[in-house]
Design a protein around this ligand. Structure first.
Ligand SMILES: Cc1cc2nc3c(=O)[nH]c(=O)nc-3n(C[C@H](O)[C@H](O)[C@H](O)COP(=O)(O)OP(=O)(O)OC[C@H]3O[C@@H](n4cnc5c(N)ncnc54)[C@H](O)[C@@H]3O)c2cc1C
Length: 488
């Protein structure tokens, strides 16, 4: 690999700053990490305000790990721990100059391990600042801010955005692929309240992207998925005032699944948009399945009790919490610290109410879960869609899945301790289960739950919006610098 001269650096930086494309030699998309020499890596280190981590060096092993440890074997040649937007830009330009593949990482939670690379990992995980502007009614968050950082920043101002349930998922990946949580039926998806984002492009331009500036990109960055159009360094969202909520957390024995799940579906259909619902069925193996319902009403707890009445009447729960909480207490209750280990997830949107037969298929499938040493086991989760999510037209943003009733996710998890046989049984179970559920599901899937086995993923993730996304991609990143297996 050639080393770079200072002159080349200045020329490329000046060209990029002026918005001009890089020279063709540097613009070619590398297929594999060609490998920069040590001098070039030292050069990158000098260009960064943050740290450059190399294999064997302090901090590297930990920083290299993705959340889904299935992909832990993909080891970056270097990790740029960015401290600023300028660092992100330098890292992109350097990777292009040296024909090194790159990947962006904010929180590292990509299901399919797409924030891993054998080239340069551009890691925004340390960029976590959150700032609320009360007067403007907005919150600004750097890409690496985790859900927990965002909520902590918002709480003193008694305003919220619709963010996710997992404390360590970062706003970067969450917002770019849509983003839903227990406030989405009331407030829309995370991307729906986006007012503006800062983007570093493949040729090093720094863009402010909003409804008025680069509107096509603004359309694409609301649901077009992470890793496709450039690297977003920060986001500004409109906030919504919040106060107390009614929280519910219920569980039943699996034998009640059909009646409970039918009643929960009816409840959501009749309820205001201020009600959220996650109904689930899970197992750790050996037939120990349970049915659960979790959610909140952004309103009085008495109204929540009324809404839940018909559900509670069909079967007596084994766990029943229905209580008034502050929005922030409820958020803490919902936080789920998924064990950091290995998993696979299949997702699909449900466009018609699930029939008794469909629920029976779910219950029988979960009952057959073969087990593993992961305490999360395997199962199905259904998230109520609709409300403000459905108020946005499918073509108004890149996030096309607006008309569904539920989002379904089916997952299997295991750990490094499990034998190959156990892993194979988990994956076979997931595949067989998905196959049985197919007649009850649409062919669309959630782009934030990426799944390497998803057939026809372009259509599944983006539907009719894919063609426009592909046109925008060709314009903003003609050399396909931001590239991964299921990339636009
Ligand atoms: C335990 C767990 C719980 C989850 N809960 C929810 C939930 O409640 N609601 C929900 O909607 N989703 C949820 N998700 C899915 C989550 O939203 C996606 O996996 C999301 O992409 C993760 O974002 P991240 O920044 O943490 O991940 P990363 O792996 O860092 O990024 C995901 C993708 O975006 C790219 N990317 C990352 N940062 C940037 C950036 N700044 N600019 C451009 N591209 C970038 C990456 O290259 C990668 O392709 C959950 C995932 C996990 C693992």
């Amino acid at each position: 690999m050639t080393s770079i001269t200072r002159r080349q650096l200045l020329v490329s930086a000046a060209a990029a700053a002026a918005g001009a494309p890089l020279a063709p030699a540097a613009a070619r998309r590398p297929a594999v990490a060609a490998g920069a020499n040590e001098r070039a890596w030292r050069e990158l280190e000098r260009r960064l305000h943050g740290r450059l981590l190399r294999p064997g060096g302090s901090g590297y092993a930990r920083a290299a790990l993705p959340f889904n440890r299935r992909y832990a074997g993909v080891r970056p040649a270097g990790i740029a721990r960015c401290a600023s937007e300028a660092d992100v830009r330098e890292a992109i330009l350097w990777a292009r100059e040296h024909e090194i593949p790159l990947a962006a990482r904010s929180g590292g939670h990509s299901y399919a391990g797409y924030s891993t690379t054998r080239g340069l990992l551009i890691d925004l995980g340390g960029m976590r600042q959150v700032h609320v502007d009360d007067e403007a009614g907005t919150v600004s968050a750097q890409s690496g801010a985790r859900n927990t950082n965002v909520y902590t920043g918002l709480q003193p101002h008694r305003v919220a955005i619709s963010a996710g349930r997992c404390p360590s998922v970062a706003i970067g990946g969450l917002a770019l692929g849509g983003g839903f949580g227990f406030s989405s039926r009331a407030m829309g998806l995370t991307c729906d309240s986006l007012a503006e984002t800062r983007l570093v492009t493949a040729d090093g331009r720094l863009l402010t992207v909003s409804a008025h500036r680069h509107p096509d990109l603004f359309w694409a960055l609301r649901g077009g998925g992470g890793g496709n159009f450039g690297i977003s360094t920060s986001f500004r969202f409109r906030t919504t005032p919040v106060s107390d909520v009614g929280l519910y957390d219920l569980a039943w024995d699996a034998e009640h699944a059909p009646r409970v799940m039918l009643a929960l579906q009816q409840m959501v259909r009749d309820a205001p948009h201020t009600l959220s619902c996650r109904m689930g069925m899970g197992s750790v193996g050996r037939g120990a399945a349970t049915v659960t319902a979790l959610g909140q009403l952004l309103g009085p707890v008495d109204e929540l009790r009324e809404l839940l009445g018909p559900v509670l009447a069909v079967a007596r729960p084994t766990r029943a919490l229905i209580a008034r909480r502050t929005f922030w207490q409820a958020k803490n209750h919902f936080f789920h610290n998924t064990p950091v280990d290995r998993f696979e997830v299949m997702s699909a949107f449900v466009e018609k109410p699930l029939t008794e037969q469909a629920i029976d298929t779910i219950a029988r499938g979960v009952d057959r879960y073969p087990g593993s040493s992961n305490p999360d086991g395997g199962g199905v989760a259904l998230y109520a869609w609709g409300g403000q999510i459905a108020r946005v037209a499918p073509q108004a943003t890149a996030f096309v899945h607006r008309e569904a009733e539920w989002l379904l996710a089916c997952d299997a998890s295991w750990t490094a301790k499990d034998s190959r046989g156990t892993v194979a049984r988990n994956l076979d179970w997931l595949q067989g289960f998905t196959h049985e559920l197919r007649p009850h599901l649409s062919h669309s899937a959630y782009q934030n739950f990426m799944d390497r086995t998803q057939p026809n993923w372009r259509r599944a993730y983006y539907g009719d919006n894919f063609a426009r996304l592909a046109r925008i991609k060709r314009r903003i990143d003609p050399d396909d610098v931001f590239s991964f297996r299921q990339g636009v």
